[in-house]
Design a protein around this ligand. Structure first.
Ligand code: GUN
Ligand code: ZN
Length: 441
């Protein structure tokens, strides 16, 4: 019985995409106040109103009572860099300068296995302390950095998607691989980790400028040969970067086409940013089922541009949400959602709490082909959950007492004013991996 637990609280999750409509018109919102989640062997086995009698065999199971608190599926961060916790909040640069000045020097340290294992532990613990239970992660070019992430995630049965970064040019010494060795390393990681526990491999092209055409072809071959693997990269983030790619690949129709023509774009492709794409690119994304990992705080912090989410949605492109730390300034999906709201507001679109929270949970799960496992509070899904308090501090508490005209009003204030300080506990596969220090609760 040791693997059985019960969580009690107000459950919020989603059953479909609420879309960009007014809050009161949205479909797919599921709010179940004062319910119990019955968890066994890592999974949710049933959900019931708290007032209903428990099945006999559950009478003596330990309950974590969070009456009056929110329980959501754990957040899914679809694009984040493990080694960049070391450079988060670095001053004054756009993408290409920022990579050379801060990021590449930091990533070089991960050649040391001790740095990689330390970094993986610190990074995953930080995700959990922000309510994130699944992630699509960039490590570094070093095989050991991917290994460290897989091993550390598997110990907690966390759903993690990662793979050694491919980069064989335009990077400093100590951060370049070569096509043959990189391919061997990827195949070995796939053999040993892909499909093990909850681990999945992603062919991880850093971005077009740091791979030779030969390496891009090799990456495409891996995607075709190992059909269950994911692919992650960056695309069309910054205007100088887009121009550089056009200079490096003069025969490609667009930045996205550099990847597409080598077979890297498919339903398991996760492309960060996609700010500077055109209609033709969006049609390629729609038809292939690839997703854009929209990274709001990064796009603002690096001054990259304003992602037009409404147009992407209208044209059928899948969009998930990501922190992109350390270009992004917070691992908190709530803070990133707050930035996403402002980016859309600048373009005349209002992001509802429904659309935002759906995207950070079931939306991402759907786009990753994992909605049978994550993103919902549903029997059969893994028990990956986060418990939140409605308000922290006098301003948010005051606002929360007044925001009672509708559930959306209250959720929107929570989402906008809340952050990791609102987090009470994070559960992965039915076990707590983070609990707020008592003094903060
Ligand atoms: N493009 C290539 N590498 C990176 C990176 O590490 N962060 C961001 N934001 N963009 C990139
Ligand atoms: Zn990134």
């Amino acid at each position: 019985m040791i693997d059985r637990r019960i969580l009690r609280g107000d459950l919020l999750d989603f059953t479909e995409d609420p879309g960009f409509v007014a809050p009161h018109e949205a479909q797919g919102v599921r709010y179940r106040p004062d319910h119990l989640i019955l968890m066994d062997a890592g999974r949710i086995v049933s959900v019931q109103p708290a007032q209903d009698a428990l099945p006999d065999s559950w009478q003596n199971v330990a309950q974590s009572d969070h009456r009056g608190r929110l329980i959501l599926p754990g957040f899914i961060d679809t694009h984040v860099h493990c080694p960049q916790l070391d450079v988060i909040a670095s001053f004054g640069a756009e993408l290409l300068d920022w990579l050379n000045t801060y990021t590449f020097p930091a990533e070089r340290r991960y050649v040391d296995p001790a740095v990689s294992y330390d970094g993986a532990q610190r990074f995953l613990a930080a995700l959990w302390a922000h309510g994130t239970t699944s992630a699509v992660v960039f490590p570094t070019v070093h095989k050991v950095s991917a290994e460290a992430l897989f091993e550390t995630a598997a110990r907690q049965h966390m759903r993690l998607i990662t793979g050694k970064v491919l980069m064989d040019r335009h990077a400093p010494d100590g951060l370049r691989d070569d096509v043959d060795q990189a391919e061997k390393d990827c195949v070995d990681l796939i053999d040993r980790w892909h499909g093990q526990d909850r681990q999945a491999f992603a062919v991880t092209v850093r971005f077009a400028p740091t791979s030779t055409p030969e390496q891009l072809r090799m990456a495409g071959r891996l995607c075709q040969t190992y059909a269950g693997t994911y692919m992650q990269t960056h695309v069309a983030e910054n205007r100088a970067e887009v121009q550089w790619v056009a200079d490096l690949f003069p025969t490609a129709r667009s930045y996205l086409d550099v990847y597409d023509r080598d077979g890297l774009i498919g339903p398991r492709a996760v492309l960060a940013h996609g700010i500077w794409l055109d209609e033709c690119d969006r049609a390629v994304l729609r038809d292939s089922g690839a997703q854009i990992a929209h990274s709001p705080s990064s796009n603002l912090f690096l001054g990259s541009g304003l992602f037009d989410w409404a147009t992407a949605q209208k044209e059928g492109v899948k969009v998930s949400l990501a922190s992109d730390v350390g270009g992004g300034t917070s691992l908190s999906m709530l803070r990133n959602i707050g930035d996403a709201y402002k980016i859309q507001a600048l373009q005349g679109t209002r992001l509802t709490a429904w659309k935002a929270l759906y995207t950070a949970t079931l939306g991402a799960a759907n786009h990753l082909g994992l909605s049978h496992e994550i993103g919902r509070i549903e029997p059969g899904c893994m028990a990956d959950l986060a418990v939140w308090q409605w308000a922290v501090g006098p301003v948010a508490t005051h606002r929360d007492t007044l925001a009672q005209r509708s559930l959306h009003e209250r959720l929107f204030a929570w989402m906008t004013l809340g952050d990791e300080r609102n987090l009470i506990s994070t559960w992965i596969a039915g076990r707590p991996v983070y609990e707020a220090p008592l003094a903060e609760v």
